[in-house]
Design a protein around this ligand. Structure first.
Ligand code: SAM
Length: 286
């Protein structure tokens, strides 16, 4: 039975192994069994599922995942946690722990090898500093994914759901909306973690679109345009795109493309919807 989701059980493990929390790895462990049950429920894990957990820590959520899923693969960067995980997960025979930096792992090949390339569910209580690269990496590298259910900083959850007109709108919002439907599943107070983080958190579920919501001829070009638009947020879209080292269009070509999608030539990128970015990229890519 999963037993780690309390302050007492967590302290016991920490003391037994004289474990020192590492700030650089964003180590804030969950100590609330209600939150843990809610995350697994939000993720919709069943006995058919292969789950990738990023950052298992001492194995708190991993225990819950092992009980709900068919198979769990957990990737943990901190080698000090590996012997602890061997202990806390010893009663489960459907889990494998890999000691690596998830950003350096070829997840697509791993999924191919371990789940015959069939879609997986990703569940994670992420260290906040790698939220964006992890999400973008999973989507861009075309890992077969059904959904990603992750704990993120509350502001980041807001950023993923928002549209033009909000200060939180940016490249992450557009990427998430292009690949998935984003829904905040629960808010989690800082008191549910040991040690307590300085911010409140939210669990967001990204369910991958079966079909892309917009028609894009060249996905990579669209994302280069999006990144260039938000890199220089205060500049007009024309200047943002013209100054980007990743794009090679003249001012005239950019102005022409912006007009062709029915927008003013002095518009800022932050005013464009996903659909408009798709149209702009199709016009520029011609
Ligand atoms: N899942 C546990 C829980 O909910 O209690 C721990 C969550 S803690 C916020 C984040 C975990 O991710 C830590 O165990 C940390 O060592 C691990 N981690 C940090 N950076 C990582 C990386 N690049 N690759 C894999 N794991 C990482």
């Amino acid at each position: 039975m999963a037993y780690l989701g309390t302050p007492g059980a967590t302290k016991e493990v920490i003391n037994k192994y004289s474990f020192a929390f590492q700030k650089k790895f964003g180590q804030n462990f969950l100590i609330d069994s209600n939150v843990l049950e809610n995350i697994v429920e939000a993720a919709g894990i069943t006995k058919d599922d292969f789950v990738l957990e990023i950052g298992p820590g001492i194995g708190t959520m991993t225990q819950y995942l092992c009980e709900s899923a068919r198979q769990v693969l957990a990737v943990e960067i901190d080698k000090m946690l590996i012997p602890i995980l061997e202990d806390t997960l010893s009663e489960y025979d459907n889990v494998e722990v890999i000691n690596q930096d998830v950003l350096k792992v070829d997840i697509k090949s791993l999924v191919e090898e371990k789940n015959n390339g069939r879609p997986i569910k990703v569940v994670a209580n992420l260290p906040y500093y790698i939220t964006t690269p992890i999400i973008m990496g999973l989507f861009e590298s075309k890992v077969p994914i059904e959904s990603i259910t992750i704990m993120v900083q509350k502001e980041v959850a807001d950023r993923m759901q928002t549209g033009p007109g909000s200060k939180d709108y940016g490249a992450l919002s557009l990427a998430v909306q292009y690949y998935a439907e984003a829904k905040v599943m629960l808010n989690v107070s800082a008191t549910c973690f040991m040690p307590r983080p300085n911010v409140d958190s939210a669990v967001i579920k990204l369910t991958r679109h079966q079909e892309s919501p917009v028609e894009v001829k060249d996905e990579s070009l669209m994302f280069r345009i999006i990144k260039a638009s938000f890199n220089q947020r205060r500049k007009t879209l024309v200047n943002g795109l013209k100054n980007s080292s990743e794009l090679d269009f003249s001012k005239e070509e950019i102005t022409e493309a912006i007009k062709s999608i029915g927008k003013e030539e002095n518009i800022r990128g932050e005013k464009l919807t996903l659909e408009e970015f798709a149209k702009l990229s199709n016009a520029l890519g011609k």
